[in-house]
Design a protein around this ligand. Structure first.
Ligand code: ATP
Ligand code: MG
Length: 319
């Protein structure tokens, strides 16, 4: 049955739909939908009947929210903005009313540090090694949660070496949470290690964060090779969501390299949103502040919100 909660979740996932547009199409009085969404009025059976066919036209079904969309943020090259993108894309999606779980899959623990989250009550490592141990999750805000990690995760690579299903451990650990969250974003380490393979096997798609620097293109070939092998051998549902240009500067080298990537990978989606180089990211991270709390009007906060909208629109168009 269409409930107010499902209605809100569906509208949050579809930023292209406007409330006034839906009201008009459903023949409902102006502001009646706003009142329902703001929990000032209950959704009546009559309104349900008017809304359902319109929402279904835009992809609504009873099961639309049963499974989280899981996305690995990857690149074997280091320092290209993977962790920053996981953190702030997650924040942007959660600000839009979506429930988001961030998974820190890098033993550097940078994602956990950005949000000042510690691991004394447990971390991702525990669930990878002991497959019966529930993933340890801590809240950052009401809608944004994190499964943290620290250096301990380094041991996973050795311990998992001869363990059965050693690339499917994260996928298994996430199963109980697929109907809890709208999005699960996994921050990968800067390598094509067993941890990155766990992320790719647990994911529906992959965002490749890429700084347009000289040696970036070579690295991409090996990452795309591993994604292709994962698709063929173990996770046929894995897609490349797109390449995201990060830490972008307005110089001829960056402009030229972005063009070269567009030509070389013409079949891969490249996000229109770019994340420009900006000092506010370093400042927010030094203060362990959420980027939208630090400055919601900063270029970084605005760009990551724009990325969230672009991602949601792309996902809706693929349905
Ligand atoms: N848009 C940006 N503008 C300026 N600095 C940025 C930007 N994005 C990230 N940084 C900074 O660049 C550094 C690397 O970013 P980040 O840690 O997100 O990259 P990473 O790919 O996760 O690195 P690693 O491969 O080591 O995990 C950090 O110090 C971060 O604060
Ligand atoms: Mg990182």
């Amino acid at each position: 049955m269409l409930t107010t909660e499902l209605l809100i979740r569906f509208l949050n996932r579809n930023p292209a739909l406007t409330i006034t547009g839906i009201e008009k199409e459903a023949g409902m009085p102006t502001r009646s939908l706003t009142q329902i969404i703001n929990l000032k009025r209950e959704l009546s059976d009559k309104q349900r009947l008017k809304l359902l066919p319109i929402l279904m036209k835009y992809g609504y079904s009873e099961t639309f929210n049963l499974k989280a969309t899981t996305i690995a943020i990857a690149n074997n090259k280091g320092g290209v903005g993977k962790t920053t993108t996981t953190a702030y894309l997650g924040e942007a999606l959660s600000n839009r009313g979506l429930k988001v779980l961030l998974v820190d899959l890098d033993s550097q623990g940078n994602l956990s540090q950005i949000f000042n989250v510690t691991t004394e009550e447990g971390q991702v490592f525990n669930s990878l090694i002991n497959f019966n141990e529930t993933l340890h999750i801590k809240p950052i805000t009401e809608n944004l949660h994190i499964a943290p990690s620290d250096l301990e995760l380094q041991k996973a690579e050795l311990s998992l070496l001869s363990a059965p299903a050693n690339q499917q451990r994260l996928q298994r650990a996430l199963v109980p949470f697929l109907d809890v969250y709208d999005f699960i974003l996994i921050d990968c380490p800067p390598s094509l290690s067993v941890l990155t393979l766990n992320a790719l096997n647990a994911s529906n798609s992959c965002i490749v964060a890429m700084q347009p620097e000289m040696n970036a293109v070579n690295g991409l070939n090996s990452l795309f090779g591993v994604i292709l092998e994962t698709q063929i051998l173990s996770n046929p549902g894995l897609r490349i969501e797109g390449i995201l240009f990060t830490i972008v500067e307005k110089n001829t080298v960056h402009i030229g390299l972005k063009e070269a990537v567009r030509e070389t990978y013409s079949s891969v989606n490249i996000f229109e949103t770019e994340i420009k180089k900006g000092i506010e990211i370093k400042k927010a991270q030094a203060l362990k502040s959420l980027i939208f709390d630090f400055d919601k009007n900063s270029a970084a906060a605005k760009s990551y919100d724009q990325l969230a909208v672009e991602l949601l629109n792309n996902l809706n168009n693929k349905k």
